[in-house]
Design a protein around this ligand. Sequence first.
Ligand SMILES: Cc1ncc(COP(=O)(O)O)c(C=O)c1O
Length: 417
Amino acid sequence: MTGMPLALLGGSAVRARPFTPWPAGGREEEQALGDVLRSGVWGGYHPVVQEFERALADLHEVPHALSCANGTVALEVALRAVGVGPGDEVIVPPLTFVASAAAVLLCEAAPVFADIDPHTLNLSPAAAEAAITPRTRAIVVVHFGGHPAEMDAFREIARRHELKLVEDAAHAHGARWLGTPVGGWGDVGTFSFQAFKLMTAGEGGIIVTRSADVAAFCWSYCNQGRRPDGGWFEHVRLGTNYRMTAFQAAVLRAQLRQLPGQTALRAANVAYLRQRLRAGSGLTFTDDDPRADRHPHYLVTLRYRPESFSGVPRDLAIEALQAEGIPVKPTYPYPLYRNPLFRKESGLLARHHWHAPQDYETLVLPEAERICEDGIWLSHNMFLGDHEDVDDILLAIEKLQRHAPALLASRRAAVPR
Ligand SMILES: Cc1ncc(COP(=O)(O)O)c(C=O)c1O
């Protein structure tokens, strides 16, 4: 098979069938949705919402979980709950989705980017500590790709500097660090149930915490500033309606039951890929820290070495692998601070009550820059099948390596002189 020309050069692809589709709902979700439909209670006050909250709180070993509309508002409300507001600085990683920093901006506070650890791709505790100033109020730690961040180190830093610790666990349902589930290490943690997440209702979010005060604030803020025992028209603070619907909760309750089995299956298939990926394959795993004793593998990030592929640039290699039926993707195009949102022209920064604590336009955080240049993503659903799926990934990589000179030559010939 690897002797055949690359699919990009007219050969047949390694793989014609798709990987396990995602999202994937089955009979359990259908039944749960039907129950809500027939109940006539479709909004956030159906008992299934609380039932789901209780089940997720149990999984993450925290006393409180409060569902909401999505992961972005979960993070915004969580930051408000720990007191983040105008004039504050909040340390965030540069390798994350925009929401991790946008939630800070929505609270009219300023994100301060600190570099990542090159092994786990999570915020580096040392870099985060070096970025602390007298204005720092909180650290947002993202468990990137599902790999838990070094929470014991972050907890110690937060304690020493009297900072709030917020966990963005949008990628990390069920993850554990040193035996303790993520979400409960910090003052507050948040999850997303957006369409491609490990558990999904199309949209959705949840806030988890050990603090009764944080939980009470979050509930009230998401429920128009009501009191838990107050009247429907009694509003004790400014809030909004960020409630999750009963339809979302019903689907998520079903998906929570499937999560442990799916997590184990992904872990076994990722371990198989790790074991079979040859040292000279030109693709290397970012490391799993042994203290991450449950890693749900939302994303598998591999580093690409062009020299092992006769100099084929990463993006062309991705194109070739996709043509072989392997839907790999490049990592983010650049670290978050390089996004147009953080340029002066966006106008957004001028509207806030602070002077930008960093010059985002000239900022360079080397490890974040490097992974945006050499990283390749494989998504979680690619590991919900069997070893044959992984064998196809390996075969396509081998084929690309073998035919890389021909691929380069064809591209050179296509360039008009
Ligand atoms: C790391 C991270 N945080 C927050 C979010 C925001 O979640 P949502 O899309 O549910 O608003 C996402 C992505 O969707 C994410 O990847």
